[in-house]
Design a protein around this ligand. Sequence first.
Ligand SMILES: [Zn+2]
Length: 492
Amino acid sequence: MLLIQGGRVLRPDFECATADLVVDGDAIADIVAPGTVKDDNARRIDAAGKLLIPGLVNGHNHAQTNLAKGLFDRYNLETYLNAGPWATGRRTVEDHHLAAVIGAAEMVRKGCTAAYDMFVEFPVPSPAGVEAVAKGYADVGMRATIAPMMADRSFYAAIPGLAEALPEPLREQALKIKYAHHEQSLAACRQMIRGLKHGRDAIRPALGPTIPHHCSDEFLAGCRDLAKELDVGMQMHVGETKMQAVVAKRKYGKTMVAHLDSLGLLGPGFCVAHGVWLDDDDRARLADRGASVSHNPGSNMKLGSGMADARRMLDRGVNVAIGTDGAGCSDNLNVFEAMRMASFVSRVADHPPERWLSSREVFLAMSEGGAKALGFGGKIGRIERGYKADLVFLDLGHVHYVPLNDVLNQIVFCEDGTGVHSVMIGGRMVLEAGRFTTIDFARIAAQAESAVERLREANRGARELAEKLEPYVGQYCAGLAAMPYHVHRFCG
Ligand SMILES: [Zn+2]
């Protein structure tokens, strides 16, 4: 038995009082008044001067991009996807593991204890690659839901008219970039899900057909069936940019969400990443099917994608999580910052103040909402008896909390991760007084330096091609995005 003594504990009702936590194995066995437990044999952690909050949950991330952080500035989603082959290409299994460790380390250091990860391998996911990412999370001690990101059409083939708009020989070179046939990807996923060497309390497998029009309907139906058969969740990028919304109307004659619904994909295990370009009918469908949305305001702002209307999602009863997105387009993996931005972007459109997201609402999305989206609902996201002992120890002596006026508002509006003192996941201290107990970060840093040097060289040709394609891609996609597309978003 472990006793965490004398900390101030943020409870699910947002009351915050000094209490002792009794941890048995990986779970919270009890929450009692200070000094109640007299067991002399209990191991004790002194949490005086600390504020204990549930580990935060990152709703959307991409492990492969942790070796690509800081590479991009003025890119939108389409020019960023055009750069994907060089930014994340030619990775070894060791690179996949390294990238996952770096991301997990950053998230834990900043108070995050579980993440949804759409990890990509081109042209087809491999059980070994997914296992390397799972091991990366497990090595740091973090929980994750890992969805291999897949497609059976390349970016250039997926967007109507794009290939035709490219001059030769660029068109031919771009169209040589091909994903595997979807049956191959589904077979790899089946093998991966069955063979994953981690309990589902630690690592949950999922499926990640990336963007609706990058996947054939046969592929999406195959994902639906496999997810049902093996009881796993699914995450997809849906309505991330206006261009995508225009393409969906053209391709399907309806919105992406309506199309996915007609294929039977939406359900409680389904999570939309972004959901910027949704209409009222989309939100109603998602809510009625019990689906989740990961709202990723940092990425949406950096890529200029627009602002998701989380208020209208909550109004309609959609489960909302909050995500950072990957290090290629956010670029830090700071869940406190994501929570703060989610709060702030709800205020810049035309909702009146009483409809802005409150600190309670964003904290719930970043904890319980995320837990549900990841498939860990009822197990993490709360400091409550029976929940996993995933705890972030915030230092109340840090300037963020001096003076302490309102605990919750200060977590959401003042904390930026630098107040994280220690992090416990499943009853195990993985970060203690700012130091990792599970990994040697200096060694990881050295490995990262040599990996990016090798990858820079290996991807030189792909980078040259992407740079030649970029002006055409940027211009064509901007033209498509400028097409009329009416969506009721911020109507108050
Ligand atoms: Zn993403």
